[in-house]
Ligand binder design. Structure first.
Ligand code: GDP
Length: 455
């Protein structure tokens, strides 16, 4: 992909709205502005970061729309290149025509994420911040957005920077000793090395430990509704969502396929899956639905097992119990408004709650129970810590940890310093992969600045 050309793309979603924004980034941005934008007053020069009112013209100099234009000269822009934004009327056609005009003027349609990629390549943000940008856009709850914003703000980058800088310090010592044995370098204290590695390991492990919550923030806690037909799964889903989404009917087995919906509970995104009722059936569509439900159970974080509390348990309830064995479950005893029969004691060993999807009774407790499944260890107060939410980052950190493990083992075995340095370098390299930095020049730079070699 060429990185020197000028790219353009709509910055706002397609569809009708008050305004739409088309963004251009690259060396031709100012030129394109001069070609196609006619300000309503004459200006001797265009100032950076100022809004100008005027007309947008096509390549035949015919006006397309009345717009506002802002040019952000490099490096004070999102991509650190010259960036032009055209704010036009928010209809599909106006946006499309302006975009086409830019393309005819020599710009290229940007690839997905290419503006942010350029921001990274031009050193304005690191990879964790770039991923924060993506996450904040797709966040489905308060906490997810806040965590993405912390990444965007560079909190993870700083944290990793601290760990990395500890390790680079160790490597600098090792390398100096390897490269310049004739220099008077203090013989490395093995204790310092293992202490440094341990402290980095601890910090990485803490980050890795936050991944479970991070994953939920990103993908949602997967909550599956399970129970025999007519027990009230759709009604429960609707009440949790606060709207009529799944069709509620009196005929058993109407929710034939699975329905997935997102909601936000306690700031966490929850992915609710309503399944076909569990029962034996000859109807092939329904059988298929039940099979899909079974498949979904394994990928669920929590199963809400619904039973009709106004009636005794039937064999179908036991089938549902059996299906969900081995998953975290909350027993939801529904239809309390119709009265309650006593349930077997062993069933009540499960975390359970009495509700009525009709009246809303018990829903607060149900919501609390669901939220507890997200962060049982951390409690509700995971507020300000940096949480890892990207699998890519997790894997790179895992590799760093492995290298650190080898480094520590090598220390114990008193392996040659070259081998130790390789493991340490790998550990740093993997950390660098998380943030997208490269290593060698930095280490070299630090060796030179410390030891004044070449004087
Ligand atoms: P599903 O097949 O498990 O999805 O069950 P539905 O949500 O479609 O509900 C089946 C029937 O039970 C509908 O007529 C609902 O109105 C009724 N129902 C669901 N929950 C309750 C409840 O808590 N109380 C009462 N009285 N009726 C309920």
């Amino acid at each position: 992909m060429n990185r020197d050309d000028t790219i353009t793309a709509p910055a706002t979603p397609h569809g009708e709205g008050g305004i739409a924004i088309i963004r251009v980034s690259g060396s031709q941005a100012e030129n394109l502005m001069k070609l196609f934008f006619r300000p309503s007053s004459k200006y001797s020069e265009i100032y950076s970061h100022y809004f100008y009112h005027g007309l947008f013209l096509n390549e035949e100099s015919e006006p397309l729309d009345e717009v506002m234009a802002v040019l952000m000269r490099k490096p004070r822009s999102y991509t650190r290149e010259d960036v032009l934004e055209i704010h036009c009327h928010g209809g599909y056609l106006s946006m499309q025509r302006i975009l086409e005009t830019f393309l005819k003027g020599g710009a290229r349609l940007a690839e997905p994420g290419e503006f942010t990629l350029r921001a990274f390549l031009n050193g304005r943000i690191d990879l964790t911040e770039a991923e924060g940008v993506i996450d904040i856009i797709s966040a489905r709850s308060d906490r997810a957005a806040r965590n993405a914003f912390r990444h965007l703000r560079g909190d993870l980058f700083k944290l990793l920077g601290n760990i990395r800088s500890q390790l680079v310090d160790l490597l600098v010592l090792l390398e100096a000793y390897i490269d310049f044995p004739e220099e008077e370098v203090a013989i490395p204290h093995f204790h310092d090395f293992s202490h440094g590695a341990l402290s980095a390991e601890k910090a990485i492990n803490e980050l890795l430990g936050s991944f479970n919550v991070g994953k939920i923030l990103k993908d949602g806690l997967v909550v599956l509704l399970l129970g025999k037909p007519n027990v009230g799964k759709s009604s429960l889903l609707n009440r949790l969502l606060g709207e009529e989404r799944a069709i509620v009917t009196e005929i058993p087995g109407t929710t034939r396929d699975t329905i997935e919906e997102y909601l936000s509970l306690g700031g966490f995104p929850i992915k609710l899956i309503d399944t076909a009722g569990v029962r034996d059936s000859d109807d092939p569509i329904e059988v298929e639905g039940v099979e899909r439900a079974k498949g979904k159970i394994t990928s669920a974080d929590v199963v809400l097992l619904l039973v009709d509390g106004s009636q005794g348990l039937t064999p179908e309830d036991y089938t549902a119990l059996e299906f969900s064995h081995g998953t975290r479950r909350i027993l939801v005893i529904n239809k309390q408004d119709l009265g309650a029969v006593a349930l077997p004691g062993d069933l009540l060993q499960l975390p359970h709650v009495n509700v009525s999807a009709r009246t809303g009774q018990g829903f607060e407790k149900l919501q609390d129970l669901i939220i507890e499944q997200v962060a049982p260890a951390q409690g509700p107060d995971i507020g300000e810590s940096v949480i890892l939410s990207s699998l890519r980052q997790k894997e790179a950190l895992g590799q760093s940890l492995e290298s650190l493990g080898r480094f520590k083992a090598g220390l114990k075995e008193r392996l040659p310093l070259e081998c130790l340095a390789t493991d340490l370098r790998d550990a740093i390299q993997s950390l660098g992969e998380v943030t997208g930095e490269t290593l060698s020049e930095e280490v070299l730079g630090r060796i030179f600045s410390r030891f004044c070699i070449g004087k």
